[in-house]
Write a protein that binds this ligand. Structure first.
Ligand code: SF4
Length: 361
């Protein structure tokens, strides 16, 4: 497949790996911010090939993993209401709320739950079921938000009345700032998410360079992309420099996608948001603006978020902060497996625990 196969080419990757070995001149730690990078690094076996001295830790960028139990509880409450149909991406289907129950369980008990591949599919569901309120569970970062904003606009423009979104949308980089303010987290640089950066632009990481002196490199998701980004990070750290570099120029520009940014800000406004394991982070989420509140499921059903506890023993919070690795969780591989997940980091296909379980540390 063009633009993918060539970046998976072993003949391209091998010299990059050599270059990376030469670039690593002292020990350093890099946080790969997003779950897509985490999974790509594991899936392509890159961890076992990395030169000594380069340590990769996973960050808070898996949207399913950081969806709080209280948000899952709220969607379970919505699913129990008569004449409500929930539409969501498949990854969330088995994520447990505070009681350990999930939408998969609710569905088995008769709740109407549909897995969709695009938010527009949920609008089609609303047209097909005019007697029901179809609620799309909006989860994700800037990569998914424009599509959901476009769906709300389409519903508005076509006069569809029985459609709403439960927004748990989150934004970068506020969680990174929250993590970097924690003196326990010792990292030298960030492998910044390529897909999010197509929307927000590489320039969004400049404040992290200015304030924390961190090396920041935007990377794509194929092996050659990741190796190229790591080379640039290793060079910056080795030379004692810190700047934003873009190793994913075929998709990311400095200023991002202004049209998508405008559409998102037409529909959504920044709000404080609760993250699983990280608590509430100022202005790290997006809520539907009052001018479109007819499409806000929380307001429409008068749902209140209730503070909850994390599942007992689950270390997702520490893993999402980059402080622990999955094998340090006492439940890893015993009580918690992909077939029987306790926490979201094991449910999500981009979760660090799922990656460790599937591919080994
Ligand atoms: S192994 Fe399971 S219980 Fe432990 S941190 Fe990961 S998801 Fe949570």
């Amino acid at each position: 497949m063009k633009y993918l196969d060539e970046f998976r080419d072993q003949d391209l990757a091998a010299p990059l790996l050599e270059e990376l070995r030469r670039a690593v001149t002292k020990p350093f730690r890099i946080m790969e911010v997003c779950g897509t990078h985490t999974m790509a690094i594991f899936r392509n076996g890159l961890r076992s090939l990395l030169p000594e001295g380069l340590e990769l830790i996973s960050g808070p960028g898996c949207p399913v993993c950081v969806t709080s139990a209280s948000h899952i509880d709220a969607i379970l409450t919505m699913a129990e209401q008569p004449k409500v149909r929930i539409a969501l991406f498949g990854d969330l289907f088995r994520v447990p709320g505070s009681s350990g129950l999930s939408l998969a369980y609710a569905s088995s008990q008769g709740a109407k739950v549909d897995i969709v591949y695009s938010p527009m599919d949920s609008l089609e569901l609303a047209k097909k079921h005019p007697q029901e309120l179809v609620i799309f569970l909006g989860v994700g970062f800037e990569t998914t938000t424009p599509g959901i904003a476009a769906t709300i606009l389409a519903a508005h423009n076509s006069g569809v009345d029985n459609f709403a979104v439960f927004s748990t949308h989150k934004v970068m980089p506020p969680p990174l700032i929250a993590l970097l303010n924690d003196p326990e987290l010792q990292i030298d640089g960030l492998l910044c998410p390529g897909h999010v950066s197509t929307i927000i632009g590489a320039g969004a990481y400049q404040p992290l360079v200015d304030k924390y002196g961190l090396a920041c490199v935007v990377g794509g998701f194929e092996p050659a992309d990741i190796l190229q980004a790591l080379i640039l990070l290793a060079r910056q750290v080795g030379q004692g420099e810190a700047r934003v570099e873009n190793a994913y120029t075929r998709a990311v520009r400095w200023e991002g996608n202004s049209r998508a940014q405008q559409m998102v800000s037409e529909i959504f406004e920044p709000v404080d948001m609760e993250w699983r394991g990280l608590g509430t982070i100022p202005l790290s989420g997006l809520a539907i603006r009052d001018s479109y509140d007819h499409f806000d499921a929380e307001k429409r059903l008068d749902i209140k978020l209730i503070p909850t506890e994390e599942p007992r023993g689950c270390r997702c919070g520490e893993i999402l902060k980059g402080k622990e690795r999955p094998p340090q969780c006492p439940l890893f591989g015993s009580r918690c497996t992909p077939g029987n997940p306790v926490g979201p980091c094991m449910v999500s296909s981009e979760g660090t625990c799922a990656a460790f379980y599937k591919y080994g540390g």
